[in-house]
Design a protein around this ligand. Sequence first.
Ligand code: T1G
Length: 681
Amino acid sequence: MSVITTHRDGEVLVVVSDNPPVNALSAGVREGLYAAIQEANGDDTIKAVVVRCDGRTFFAGADITEFGKPTGAIGLNPVIDAIEDCPKPVVAAIHGTALGGGLEVALGCHYRVAVPSAKLGLPEVKLGLIPGAGGTQRLPRVVGVEAALPMTTSGDPILARQAEAIGLVDKLVSEDSLEADAVAFARSVIGKPQPVSSSRTDKIAGTDPGVFDAFRKANARKLKGFDAPEAAIKAVEIATRYPFAEGLQMEHDLFQPLLAGRQSAALRHLFFAERAANKIDDLPKDTPILPVTKVGIIGAGTMGGGIAMNFLSAGFPVTMVEREQAPLDRGVATIRKNYENTAAKGRLTAEQVEKAMGLLTPSLNFEDLADCDLVIEAVFERMDIKKDVFGKLDGICKPGAILATNTSYLDINEIATATKRPEAVIGLHFFSPANVMRMLEVVRAAKTGPSVLATSMKIAKTIGKVAVVAGVCHGFIGNRMLAARQQQGEALLMEGILPARVDKVLTDFGFPMGPFQMSDLAGLDIGWTKETSDPTRVRDVLCERGRLGQKTGKGFYDYAADRTRTPSEEVDALILEYAEKSGHKRDDLSDEEILERLLYPMINEACLILEEGIAQRASDIDVMYVHGYGWPSYTGGPMFWASTVGLDTIVAGLEKYADKWPDLKISALLKDKAAKGEAFA
Ligand code: T1G
């Protein structure tokens, strides 16, 4: 059965693609589209053409699985040229997502109609690419530079209504009669002069050449380190300065090096890694999913409130429980403030804010959690407190309820012993700020039931999270690897390497912040108490001096009222004093050596995590670090990056610095793969 079929509706030829799951523009689709246009050209009884897709979406782009594997089939550019050159009006009928090559096909069409729920975008930059089939040349000609620049450089799709407003969509049609409405629209334009995107100049004439540098400056922070967005800006500028044919060639010349480059390999790796992370090897596909309609959150603090927002935004009623009225009121007010801030940026309507807030039921009474299908606790990170909470939940919650802990490192097997239903207990480790960070570490305990696990993974996707499954150990996957980096960070202090230098090495690598900026943000006193303070550790001494981080205006750094940070003379002097006293040889380390000291132990810890079966696969660890800890996505994540460095180089580095981490055990898996010249990706 061909993936492309055609049928007539009177004088209109309807071309239909049926290439699940997302109508990717694979070889058969391209060949079929081309043949359909030839059919239209050769039959005088055909006066117009409609192109649409069966299934859940319009073409969602080129077939990423075909990249690097020449298919011998016709390319996308000639297909789009054939559409555009067709002497009869061709109408794209869009539902779902018209993305990448899919939107480029639609731009080759003379008209575009869409259902209101459709989205349109050029997400190629998210794969380290730019549109490679004329998108950077046609889009500005249709919508202008001001709209084309953000679409091509962010890769974020726009809603059909927004697309109609900028002229990308000609008409919004009914959700229930897309084909019929598209055919009617096609009939209405028969015989009229048909717009050809590549020939239009009205939207780009007189473009101010300064707009491109202004856009670069305004987006410098967001685009830092990525190659593709700069290429996209260049390509859009080319569209305003060169004839279409030349521009198309120049777009190709910008596209090819990106396709062959490491950043695109890394980002394509992450694209498939994110989807692989959803798959749990030992969980049958038909594992029953438990019903979740009502959610309970215990704790209205930063984490509890942020977690609650995920469910409120997804339309779940949430009961949020605190012990006292004041923190409960603060928690509710913070949720409202966060929503109103988002609305002020135009990303939510006032009605949506009220709808979300209307789903929230604040409470001081644990009993109000009795009818929740999922309860998530976000109370203090102390085992005794967690076990007390789970003991209460065990007695209150209905049978079949999922009892989740947001702990970031505590032993969930032990927490489960506080209940008579360990099969209902699971870890849902959100990352702060929980309403923003996409990562969700789903921690399966020894007795977590299969349906509880499967339901948690489904819920993660429903609330827009990227989920990675972890086993139980101290710190699970993410924080266990982070501890390895933090330990080395502190060791570097003892060698007289100051916080600002350590942090800069990591921000230059591409992290949003380094270990000491992170400590100041999270608070130095996590896990610290006066009674157990260790005067030989810089962090403990800072806590003793009340330097707890941003929240006290000083930590490793000093902070102004607007939270801008400056190195602290007091702290730097203390560090140098400790370095002297500690007797550590004060090496004059290069930035490269500092980077190796910080990252190589993380790779080793990741390999130990894989050996112990705490993580299912190496690519899960890449997904975890990119979405949970800001590891620069254009390097592919820690395991992909380590593979590009060379696992033998990593092992040699670990051995070279062996005296710096006396208790380090080099992973047998890492050594074995290094010896065999293998990689993780
Ligand atoms: N090619 C091949 N497979 C794809 C694919 C694609 N473009 N998009 C999705 N899949 C697979 C995916 O791996 C998964 O497989 C299944 O479809 C469902 O995907 C020339 C060069 C469309 C919004 O970047 O954003 O066009 O795991 O789980 O959550 O200029 O898929 O089931 O085996 O993500 O409903 C540009 C990428 C390509 C769009 C649907 N297009 N896709 O999300 O399902 S480059 C993209 C998405 C290009 C041109 C350039 C999303 C989605 P499996 P899913 P979803």
